[in-house]
Design a protein around this ligand. Structure first.
Ligand SMILES: C[S@@+](CC[C@H](N)C(=O)[O-])C[C@H]1O[C@@H](n2cnc3c(N)ncnc32)[C@H](O)[C@@H]1O
Length: 259
């Protein structure tokens, strides 16, 4: 059994500073094996405690309190081993919302990388086939899919610049060093009315991708967007955007096959 443990943040008013400060930072632990004691810097939690129902408040042998619950998909997703850089959650959300993929959708994805995007799409779609050229990434991708219990993903150890095997997909997602080389193939693999979404970190990649899309009569260039996520901090009346933010991730280009 797997469980999540949360140590709640603790704040105290410090008269000498005349303000409230955080004395214990919130911490989250992932317990993989509840059959043995779990060690934290705040003491050991006994197996019997780890079996308690979701929402229970349990104690370590140092008397520290933790809240216990069962991991959800996202808790497991955040533990995936990331070899190549994965696409951030904010951009995955955009892809899902913009294309409206659902339980009936067939999705093609390349390159698989760490399998993060393919796994997120497989949670929603009927089937995902993801292409990866690097044999040394394959074992990690398979392990990541297995850890999420996903069975509707097919990993293809193939060069996608030579084409997809499938036709009439609802969505093709591209996260590749040279995505323009996959435009013709993606156009053939997606159904009329379906979407191609390209994710690229740099402007020259987007330029060459857009140029290849514009050359293809079957495709309509819908838009290119950059999504900025700004984190905020809440500390008494200091409520404002955090001074350190994530910054740039990548550009998303939305394309539709129209003929
Ligand atoms: C940035 S990673 C993709 C990350 C992935 N979207 C994720 O969320 O985990 C790019 C991947 O594309 C793969 N790749 C590069 N060229 C390829 C090709 N021609 N065919 C298939 N995969 C390719 C690379 O080996 C790398 O694993």
């Amino acid at each position: 059994m797997e469980r999540i443990l949360i140590l709640r943040e603790k704040k105290e008013f410090m008269p000498e500073l005349d303000r409230t400060v955080t004395t214990v930072k919130s911490k989250q632990y992932f317990v993989k094996d509840t059959s043995k004691g779990f060690h934290t810097t705040f003491g050991v939690i006994q197996p019997a405690e780890l079996q308690k129902p979701d929402g229970s408040v349990i104690k370590s042998d140092q008397g520290k309190e933790f809240i216990l619950f069962s991991p959800q998909f996202i808790d497991k997703y955040k533990r995936l081993r990331k070899l190549p850089q994965t696409i951030p959650l904010k951009d995955i959300g955009f892809i899902i919302a913009e294309t409206g993929i659902n339980k009936d959708s067939v999705v093609l994805d390349a390159g698989a990388g760490s399998g993060a995007l393919a796994a997120s799409l497989a949670r929603i779609a009927k089937k995902v086939a993801t292409y990866e050229i690097r044999p040394d990434f394959v074992a990690n991708i398979k392990e990541n899919f297995a850890s999420l219990g996903l069975e509707n993903i097919e990993l293809k150890e193939k060069n996608v610049y030579e084409g997809f095997d499938e036709q009439t997909a609802d969505l093709v997602t591209l996260d590749l060093p040279e995505p323009w080389k996959a435009v013709e193939h993606a156009a053939k693999a997606v159904k009329v009315g379906g979407f191609i979404i390209n994710y690229s970190p740099s402007v020259p990649q987007v330029m060459d991708f857009v140029a290849a899309v514009r050359k293809n009569q079957h495709l309509l260039l819908v838009k290119t967007v950059e999504q900025i996520e700004r984190l905020w901090e809440f500390e008494d009346r200091r409520v404002r955007p955090k001074s350190i933010s994530i910054g740039h991730s990548g550009f998303l280009t939305v394309v539709r096959r129209i003929t």
